[in-house]
Design a protein around this ligand. Structure first.
Ligand SMILES: C[S@@+](CC[C@H](N)C(=O)[O-])C[C@H]1O[C@@H](n2cnc3c(N)ncnc32)[C@H](O)[C@@H]1O
Length: 255
């Protein structure tokens, strides 16, 4: 197998095809509606791990002012390219910048802080989670909400055995090529709840011949976020809400 890259790395295919894959992911359907319900009309939202701007753009289009931060240059480049295609009044409400959600200090507060699509699960459920909740608390106005979308432990625990030859995703791209994904490796350990996978991205021609291959490592960490929230002075705002069967949306309030 070719050298395994981390997810969202420069030159990798997980960043290049992030939008195609999330657009086809039914487990994310309606997530933007849930985030939009957390802030008052026209309010300010901070997105931790904004990636290619999928949610950032959608919230800016709904009238929110959104700051998205991310560590990945490849994902931020996609978000910035997306921002440039927007009508000027929408683009003016969307800002993306490089930042680490475990150490951010923008020296301002927001009506809501969001951490969509398993972003928190990309960092270990110890000091990194503690620091991310502290970041959320520090950036929330009094009464503001922090929403974090996390994978369900039960789903991670019961994933089917890996068949590296069976595609888990296979779609035609607009230019006639195909994007095909395989799970090459998978392991799950608990405690802690840690899922490690190598996903092999393959770009193929219309006849199925591989033109480009990129194995990429995707790791998720999962734990109960409530003690981390409470340590940051946040309180549960509602019970965790199922989102698409694969994860839950956890919402905490800054008193
Ligand atoms: C699954 S994507 C989510 C992107 C977007 N929020 C969405 O819902 O489509 C996870 C993102 O989190 C980013 N990320 C991972 N660790 C991070 C950290 N410590 N600080 C900031 N961003 C991080 C990755 O670079 C990636 O773009």
């Amino acid at each position: 197998m070719a050298k395994v890259r981390p997810y969202y790395a420069d030159g990798g295919l997980s960043a290049a095809f992030y939008d195609e894959i999330t657009a086809a992911d039914a487990t994310l359907a309606g997530d933007v509606d849930l985030y939009a319900a957390l802030a008052p009309e026209g309010g300010a939202v901070l997105e931790l791990g904004a990636g290619s701007g999928r949610v950032t753009q959608a919230l800016a289009e709904r009238g929110f002012t959104v700051v998205g931060i991310d560590l990945s240059a490849a994902m931020l480049a996609r978000a910035e390219a997306r921002r440039k295609t927007l009508p000027p009044e929408v683009a003016a409400r969307m800002a993306v910048r490089r930042g680490d959600m475990t150490a951010l200090d923008l020296k301002r507060t927001f009506d809501a802080v969001i951490c969509p699509f398993f972003t928190l699960a990309h960092v270990p459920a110890g000091t990194a989670w503690k620091n991310t909740f502290a970041v959320a608390g520090r950036h929330l106005a009094s009464g503001g909400l922090f929403a974090v979308h996390l994978p369900k432990l039960d789903v991670m625990r019961n994933l089917p055995p890996v068949n590296p030859k069976a595609p888990v995703f296979d779609r035609a791209l607009p230019d006639g090529r195909r994007l095909v994904l395989f799970v090459a490796e998978r392991s799950f350990r608990e405690p802690p709840g840690k899922l490690e996978q190598v996903i092999e991205y393959v770009v193929a021609d219309a006849s199925g011949r591989a033109l480009q291959r990129s194995p990429e490592r995707l790791t998720y960490y999962m734990a109960d976020p409530t003690p981390f929230a409470e340590a940051a002075g946040l309180e549960p705002a509602s019970p965790p809400q199922d989102l698409g069967g694969a994860g839950d949306l956890w919402v905490f309030r800054r008193p």
